[in-house]
Ligand binder design. Structure first.
Ligand code: FMN
Ligand code: EPS
Length: 382
C-alpha cells in the first residue's frame, strides 16, 4: 500500500490517492468522516476549525461499499477556499500580491522554505507546509485503520501530557469512550481541567503550547517489520511517519527514555509459555523487538512542539527589506495537541497496514484474512 497527498491549505481541496489495497474491503464514507471530524476537534484550536466541516468524497476504487482493487481517490473540500479564490488562483498576474507574507515566523517553514524554493511571498511556502495537509493523511489513515480492524487490530490515542500537565490515570482500553468524549483527549478529568486553564492563559498571553501523545495498537500479529533490512525495521518506519507530521519532534517506543536509566534486568520483558501460547508479564519494549512486532501492545509516544505562530510575536527579519520586524501573525491554533493524537494514530495505522500487506498481502481481503489467521495460529503453537 502506498499513498500520495496533494493540495494547499486555502486551495480548493485536498486530494489523496491510495494504491495497493486488496479488493473486497468494506469501505464507506462513514468509515472516514468520523476521523476527519475527530482531527478537527480538541480544545485550543483556532477559528479555521469553525469554518471547515471536513468530509471525504470517494472518487474511485470503491463500488457498492467495497474496494475494487483499483487506486482509491479521496477528496476533502476546503470551505475556506471561497475566501481565498483570488489569492490562491493558479492564473498568472495578481501582482502586487494580496496577503503576501514576508515576516518569517520562527519555528515555521517560512524562512527556510523561502530560501529553498526562492519564494519571496512566504505564503507560497506555508500553504503546503500547513498541517491542513494532515486532513488528507487522516482520510488515508482511516482506510488503513478499517483494514486493520478487519484483521483484528485495534488502535487508540490519547494526550499523555500538555504543557507539562500529565494525565495521571494509566491507559486502559476501557477508557476509549471517555477519551473520545474529552476535548483534551484524556480520561483524567482533573488533568483536563488544568490543561484547559493553561490553554486559556496561553491564549490570553498570545502564546502557544505543545505536549506528548501516546498511540497504542493491540492485536498485531508477531513478526511485522524486519530484523534483516534496516529500511524495513518497523520501529524506524514508525518513527519516520511520526516525525513527518507537522510539529512532531521526538518519538519514543514504549518507555524508551525511562528504560535508558535502568539496568537491563529491570527493563527486558521476561518470556513464559502458558496455556498454549507465549506470554510476557511486562511490556517495556512497547511491542517491538529488533524492528518487529512481538505480539504485545504497540506503544508509541510522540513529543509535539508548541505552535509556531505567536500572537505576541518573536523578533524576525522581513525577507524583502531585511529590516528587523515582528513575526507574522496569522490566524492560528493555541494548541493542537489533542488533534495530533488522531493524526498520529492514522499515520502509524498506515505503516501497520503496509507491513500487514507486505507479510500477508493478497488480491482480496479473504486471502489476507486467511494468511493472518494461519500466522496467528502458528506463532502460538511455535
Ligand atoms: C493539527 C496541527 C495543527 C497545527 N496548527 C498550526 C497553526 O495553527 N499555526 C502554526 O503556526 N502551526 C501549526 N501547526 C504546526 C506547523 O504546521 C508546523 O510547526 C510547521 O509546518 C513547521 O514544521 P515542523 O514544526 O514540523 O518543523 C499545526 C500542526 C498540527 C499537527
Ligand atoms: C487548517 C488546519 O490547520 C491549520 C494549520 C496551520 C499550520 O500552519 O500548520 C495554520 C492554521 O491555518 P489557518 O491560518 O488557515 O487557520 C491552522 O488552522 C487544519 O488542521 O485543518
Amino acid at each position: 500500500m502506498r499513498y500520495l497527498t496533494a493540495g494547499e491549505s486555502h486551495g480548493p481541496q485536498l486530494t489523496a490517492i491510495i494504491e495497493g489495497l486488496p479488493a473486497q474491503l468494506p469501505l464507506e464514507k462513514s468509515d472516514i468522516d468520523p476521523w476527519l471530524r475527530k482531527r478537527q476537534g480538541g480544545y485550543g484550536r483556532g477559528r479555521r476549525m469553525v469554518i471547515e466541516t471536513d468530509e471525504a468524497e470517494i472518487l474511485s476504487g470503491v463500488r457498492a461499499g467495497r474496494t475494487t482493487g483499483a487506486p482509491i481517490t479521496l477528496v476533502i473540500q476546503n470551505r475556506d477556499h471561497r475566501n481565498w479564490t483570488e489569492i490562491m488562483s493558479p492564473e498568472p498576474g495578481g501582482e502586487p500580491r494580496k496577503k503576501a507574507l514576508t515576516d518569517a515566523r520562527p519555528g515555521h517553514a517560512d524562512l527556510t522554505g523561502g530560501i529553498k524554493y526562492r519564494h519571496k511571498d512566504l505564503r507560497d511556502v506555508l500553504e503546503r507546509a500547513s498541517a491542513r495537509e494532515t486532513a488528507a493523511r487522516v482520510a488515508v489513515g482511516s482506510v488503513a485503520l478499517k483494514l486493520l480492524s478487519e484483521l483484528g487490530v485495534q488502535g487508540a490515542n490519547y494526550v499523555s501530557s500538555l504543557a507539562g500537565i500529565e494525565t495521571r490515570q494509566a491507559f486502559s482500553w476501557d477508557d476509549l469512550d471517555a477519551i473520545e468524549d474529552s476535548e483534551l483527549r484524556t480520561p483524567d478529568v482533573d488533568a483536563a481541567a488544568r490543561m484547559r486553564e493553561r490553554i486559556d492563559q496561553a491564549k490570553k498571553d498570545g502564546d502557544t503550547l505543545g505536549g506528548i501523545l501516546e498511540v497504542r495498537f493491540r492485536g498485531l500479529p508477531v513478526g511485522l517489520g524486519s530484523y534483516v533490512h534496516y529500511d524495513r525495521k518497523l520501529d524506524g518506519r514508525i518513527a519516520q511517519v511520526c516525525l513527518s507530521v507537522q510539529a512532531m519532534k521526538g518519538v519514543e517506543i514504549g518507555r524508551a527514555f525511562e528504560n535508558a536509566t535502568r539496568p537491563g534486568s529491570g527493563v527486558h520483558d521476561a518470556v513464559y509459555y502458558r496455556e498454549g501460547s507465549y506470554a510476557r508479564d511486562t511490556n517495556a519494549a512497547g511491542g517491538l523487538e529488533a524492528g518487529m512486532t512481538n505480539g504485545e501492545e504497540l506503544i508509541v509516544r510522540v513529543a509535539m512542539k508548541p505552535i509556531a505562530t505567536l500572537m505576541k510575536p518573536l523578533p524576525t527579519v522581513n525577507v524583502v527589506t531585511h529590516e528587523p520586524s515582528d513575526a507574522a501573525r496569522e490566524r492560528s491554533d493555541t494548541t493542537a495537541v489533542p488533534a495530533a493524537g488522531v493524526i498520529l494514530q492514522c499515520v502509524i495505522g498506515c505503516v501497520l497496514a503496509e507491513a500487514m500487506l507486505e507479510k500477508f498481502g493478497g488480491d482480496t481481503m479473504a486471502e489476507v484474512q486467511e494468511r493472518v489467521s494461519a500466522a496467528r495460529a502458528y506463532s502460538q503453537a511455535y
